[in-house]
Design a protein around this ligand. Sequence first.
Ligand code: SF4
Length: 332
Amino acid sequence: MRLLDVKNLRTIFHIGVGNVDAVRGISFHVDKGEFLGIVGESGSGKSVTMLSVMGLLPEYASREADQILFDGTELTALTPRQMRGVQGKEIGMVFQDPMTSLNPLYTVGQQIEEPLRIHLGLKKAEARQRALELLDRVEIPDPKTRLKQYPHELSGGMRQRVMIAIAIACEPKMIIADEPTTALDVTIQAQILELLDHLKKNSGSSVVMITHDLGVIASMCTRIIVMYGGLICEEGSAREIFYRPKHPYTWGLLNSVPQIELHKHKKLIPIPGTPPDMISPPAGCPFAPRCRHCMQICRMMPPPETVLPDGHRVFCHLMHPNAPKVEREVNA
Ligand code: SF4
């Protein structure tokens, strides 16, 4: 069952040197209770997509969409005030760097209690009690002491747990986690991902995880959207994306992920070239300059959507029945 249904979302940043087409007309959905991964390089539009959905864009950006339907509410029709009622209450957010997301001047307790008082109208004592329970839920030891501490007194992993406690405080229907583990070391990364997965299973909330690293979400996502150049290139179940990927960019991403079973003499294959200039994005497929299977039509026309019987969506001219049959190159 759909929780979020987005149709033809476009986001433009109006900056001094021109307009940056950050998201160029994408459609996707999030199901209730699912763990969706949105994967792509920096500048692919993955974070901007979810900031647009949330109405959290800077003033110099504009958003257009045919539909952003969240749990029966059309978000594009809401006023900024009504939208603030959705942010933090219906949709919780966890960002990459908790040090910049947390306010250094307020204690952990004050920051967890604030959404509880604003959105749920809890009294001070009730909010304090709930904050203690939340810290316990995100497995922070000695919650009573932590509540009185300031962000700089906590470790990076602990701060990210506090961000997760704030994100789940009002029991949102959806949690957006934008590169939540990038700033953390590997052991803490695994703990935070496990915690998010655990919370999703126990609360029934949907989780949208935004990451540049396919390896990070391999074990927990049910579905994956791969983005490049402000567009979706491929979308499918995690199984399809990892075992039967169809898009040359996804092949490239998979070939550049280190794998434990990779033989020591096998090499990772990097994707050659650089991402497109989004001030004047290519007319055809944005991946064309970096794609070793690029055909003439790829530079002229954006690839159409091909939907396979299992719902796997692919945007590549190679999916045309008359296109040459090419094989995915694998690490050798
Ligand atoms: Fe490569 Fe063409 Fe497919 Fe783009 S549309 S990924 S350039 S084959």
